[in-house]
Write a protein that binds this ligand. Structure first.
Ligand code: ZN
Length: 106
């Protein structure tokens, strides 16, 4: 299986019902996700999860195959208005900055 093929939804509806409106929707969600970059995927799935509310992360994880922790992180990023995620493609500041420890004794 190549990564170009969107994953099939693993939610209960899609696994059991053969003719359910959610089926096509979930298929298109995964199709859409396959064209987004990593952070866009995270935010879209997070949005869908927020719409569902309780249990959303778990369900969206089944539908998209995305880790629940990743979805939660996406929700947190949306909640903080993506402040740590500037629109320009710049590296996040602070990575690997050496800790400066001063030990001055008189
Ligand atoms: Zn489904």
């Amino acid at each position: 299986m190549t990564s170009l093929v969107p994953p099939e939804c693993q939610c209960p509806v899609c696994r059991e019902a053969t003719d359910h409106p959610d089926r096509e929707r979930h298929r298109q969600m995964n199709l859409f996700l396959s064209r987004l970059d990593e952070q866009q995927r995270r935010w879209y799935v997070a949005l869908e999860s927020k719409r569902i509310g309780y249990g959303g992360d778990s369900l969206l994880s089944q539908i998209t195959g995305m880790d629940e922790k990743t979805i939660r992180r996406g929700r947190e990023e949306l909640d903080s208005s993506l402040e740590d995620r500037p629109a320009e493609r710049v590296r996040l500041p602070g990575a690997g900055r050496p800790a400066v420890e001063k030990k001055t004794r008189q």
